[in-house]
Design a protein around this ligand. Structure first.
Ligand SMILES: [Zn+2]
Length: 230
């Protein structure tokens, strides 16, 4: 148990370090975000996996990402039900209140959720069992292998994009050209995002992808208004 005590102390030290070292350097930014409110342009839906670090991957800072994370980065089908769907509520808030311009769905390599969808979870994990059924449609009729898992991780991302398009407010904004969808698969060991290219029907490494998104494609506009590419 000494490890727990040491861990708690370490966490407290990190909290103090944030306040004393990081915060003073970025104080104005945080205070502006409080005074003016948040206006993130991106909804990031990612797996809860500790190795997925959205801010590092996207180079974003405070106020830039509205984040939902859950086991597997799954999106419940839109069925108009009034269940307690945290992910659904976050999508509605991001689109209807924050008016985000893009939604990223980010799966990743070595995803425990995808493996568990093939191999099962402990009996006691009843909520997890039900949740993992959201991946069923993407599973391959084979035994789990590294290749099958990788392909399934990517298929699951595409499945979630399809589900997103069934959300009325998402479809409406996408069709208006006000919202783009981005399907990503993060390969942890390579440090690279693979972007789903809807025209090719495949995942393309960011290094050679023409766009970060799934479509409809829009010109990329820098912060200063300069159009970088289309
Ligand atoms: Zn995962």
């Amino acid at each position: 148990m000494t490890e727990d005590v040491a861990g708690a102390d370490e966490l407290l030290l990190r909290l103090r370090r944030f306040h004393s070292d990081y915060f003073p350097l970025h104080q104005q930014r945080f205070q502006d975000l409080v005074a003016q409110g948040q206006h993130p342009k991106t909804l990031f839906i990612g797996c809860s996996d500790s190795r997925v670090v959205p801010y590092l991957l996207t180079g974003a800072g405070p106020g830039e990402l509205f984040i939902v994370r859950n086991v597997g980065a799954f999106i419940p089908p839109y069925d108009g039900s009034h269940g307690l769907h945290g992910t659904m509520a976050a999508i509605e808030f991001a689109v209807l209140s924050l008016h985000v311009e893009r939604i990223i769905v980010c799966g990743h390599s070595h995803c425990g959720a995808i493996r568990a969808a093939y191999e099962g979870v402990p009996e006691e994990a009843v909520a997890l069992q039900a949740w993992l059924k959201l991946a069923t449609e993407a599973l391959l009729p084979v035994r789990s292998s590294p290749e099958a898992l990788r392909r399934t991780e990517q298929r699951v991302v595409v499945l979630q994009l399809e589900r997103l398009m069934a959300y009325p407010m998402v479809r409406r904004e996408v069709e208006k050209g006000a919202l783009t969808l981005h399907g990503w698969h993060y390969v942890i060991e390579d440090g690279e995002i693979h972007v789903f290219d809807v025209r090719q029907g495949s995942f393309v490494p960011a290094a050679i992808a023409s766009n970060s998104g799934t479509g409809p494609y829009q010109p990329y506009v820098e912060h200063d208004g300069q159009i970088i590419s289309n």
